[in-house]
Write a protein that binds this ligand. Structure first.
Ligand code: NAD
Ligand code: DAU
Length: 350
C-alpha cells in the first residue's frame, strides 16, 4: 500500500485534494498532516474522516524534529505539500509566520524525505504546490508561462517563491524527485472567508459593506477548486520530475466585474431586488504592493497531461454561492471568535 503524506489537508484546497485521493485510491494510505491554524478545519473532511485509508495527524511543519520522526515512523512514499500561510493581507501585517511555515516548513519536509529515501528514489515523489503570484504582476497583455522570471511583491508571494527555489535546488543538487505546480486563484466550497469570494458572499448575506480595494481594477484568473485538485492528481502521478506546471482557468475577471456579477447572483438567490446587493460595494484603501493582473498560460499541462478546466465560470460561481448559502452553519462557525478580531483589525483603517 502506497503511503502518501498530504500537508495542509484541512485547509481549502488541501481538503479537496485529500477527498479526491481517499475516494479515488482505496489502495493508498493517505496521511493528512495539518497544524489546524485558523484556516484549517476538520469539518471540511467530515464525509471521509472515518475511511480506513485515511489518517489525520495534527502537527507543525516548522517543527523539524517532529517532522523527521514522523517520516521515520511512517516511511512515506510520496508527499503532496500544500500547508502554507496563504493570505496576502495577513502576510503584510505579520510576515514572520509566512517565513517560518512557507520556507522553513518546506525545507523541513524536503530534509525529512531526503533522509528516509536515502537516494533510492524509485516510485518516490515530492510534489510542491505553489502559486502564480511568484511571477509578479502583468500589464494589460501577456501570460505567465513556466519560464517567466520570478518577481514576487508581497511577503506571501516572496515566501512561496523562496520555497519553490528550494524545492528546485533539492532536485538539482541532491537529485530529489520533485515536481512543482503554480496555480491561479481558486474558488469553491470550504474557502476561508478572508478571501474575496467567500468574504463577499458572507457580507452580502449579512448586509455588510463589500470592501473593494483601490478602484477594483485588478484582474485575477479564477479556477474551480476541484479542477485544481484534478490537475494535482494528474501531476502527482504523471508529471515529469524536475518540471514545473502552470495551472489556470483561462478565466480573467476584473475584480469589480466579478463582484458585480456576484451581487447579481446573490440578489437572485436571496430574493432581493436587482441592484440591492451592489449598493454594499464600498471602495477602500488599496492593498500595499497590490499586483495588477495575473493570467496563466496552462498549455504545457494541457498538452502534456490532457488536463483542462471542466466548469464554465458562471456555473462554478453559482454552484459556489449555493454551497455557501446551504452551509451557513459552516460559515457562521468559522466567522465566530478569533475571526471577528481579524476582521476588525484588517478593515479598521480602510
Ligand atoms: P489555506 O490557508 O486554506 O490552508 C492552509 C492549510 O495549511 C490549513 O489547513 C492550515 O492549518 C495548514 N497549515 C498552515 N501552517 C501550517 C504549519 N506550520 N504546519 C502544518 N499545517 C499548516 O490555503 P489554501 O488556499 O488551501 O492553499 C493551499 C496551498 O495552495 C498553499 O500552498 C497555497 O500557497 C497554494 N495556492 C493557493 C491558491 C488559492 O487560490 N487559494 C492558489 C494557488 C496556490
Ligand atoms: O493567485 C493565487 C493566489 O490567489 C493564492 O496564491 C493565494 O493563496 C490566494 O489567497 C489568492 O490571492 P489573492 O490576493 O489574489 O486573493 P484574495 O481573495 O485575497 O483577493 C482577490 C482580489 O480581490 C485581489 O485583487 C484583492 C481583492 N480584494 C480582496 C479582499 C480580501 C478586495 O478588493 N477586497 C477584499 O476584501
Amino acid at each position: 500500500m502506497k503511503k502518501i503524506l498530504i500537508t495542509g489537508g484541512a485547509g481549502f484546497i488541501g481538503s479537496h485534494v485529500v477527498r479526491l485521493f481517499v475516494n479515488k485510491y482505496p489502495d493508498y494510505q493517505i496521511y493528512n498532516l495539518d497544524k489546524l491554524t485558523y484556516a484549517g478545519n476538520l469539518e471540511n473532511l467530515k464525509d471521509i474522516e472515518s475511511r480506513s485509508n485515511y489518517t489525520f495527524i495534527r502537527g507543525d511543519i516548522v517543527d523539524g524534529e517532529f517532522i523527521q520522526a514522523l517520516f521515520k515512523r511512517h516511511q512515506f512514499d510520496g508527499v503532496i505539500h500544500l500547508a502554507a500561510e496563504s493570505h496576502v493581507d495577513r502576510s503584510i501585517s505579520n510576515p514572520m509566520e509566512f517565513i517560518y511555515t512557507n520556507i522553513v516548513g518546506t525545507v523541513n519536509l524536503l530534509n525529512a524525505a531526503r533522509e528516509i529515501w536515502n537516494e533510492i528514489y524509485s516510485n518516490k515523489r515530492f510534489y510542491h504546490i505553489s502559486t502564480d503570484e511568484v511571477y509578479g504582476s502583468l500589464g494589460d497583455s501577456g501570460f505567465f508561462t513556466e519560464s517567466t522570471p520570478y518577481d514576487p511583491h508581497s511577503p506571501y508571494s516572496a515566501s512561496k517563491a523562496s520555497s519553490d527555489h528550494l524545492v528546485r535546488a533539492y532536485h538539482d543538487t541532491f537529485g530529489m524527485p520533485t515536481v512543482i505546480s503554480n496555480c491561479s486563484n481558486n474558488y469553491g466550497p470550504f474557502q476561508f472567508p478572508e478571501k474575496l469570494l467567500p468574504l463577499f458572499i458572507h457580507n452580502i448575506r449579512n448586509n455588510r459593506p463589500l470592501p473593494v480595494y483601490g478602484k477594483g481594477l485588478n484582474i485575477r484568473d479564477w479556477l474551480y477548486v476541484e479542477d485544481h485538485a484534478r490537475a494535482i492528481d494528474l501531476i502527482y502521478h504523471d508529471g515529469k520530475l524536475g518540471n514545473t506546471y502552470n495551472i489556470g482557468g483561462n478565466n480573467e475577471w476584473k475584480n469589480i466585474d466579478l463582484i458585480t456579477k456576484l451581487c447579481e447572483i446573490m440578489d437572485n438567490k436571496l430574493g432581493r431586488q436587482k441592484g440591492e446587493s451592489a449598493k454594499l460595494i464600498t471602495y477602500v484603501k488599496d492593498r500595499a504592493g497590490h499586483d495588477l493582473r495575473y493570467a496563466i498560460d496552462s498549455s504545457k499541462l494541457q498538452r502534456a497531461l490532457g488536463w483542462e478546466p471542466s466548469l464554465v465560470f458562471e456555473e462554478g460561481l453559482e454552484k459556489t454561492v449555493d454551497w455557501y448559502l446551504a452551509n451557513q452553519e459552516w460559515l457562521d462557525n468559522v466567522t465566530s471568535g478569533e475571526y471577528q478580531k481579524y476582521y476588525t483589525a484588517q478593515y479598521a483603517e480602510r
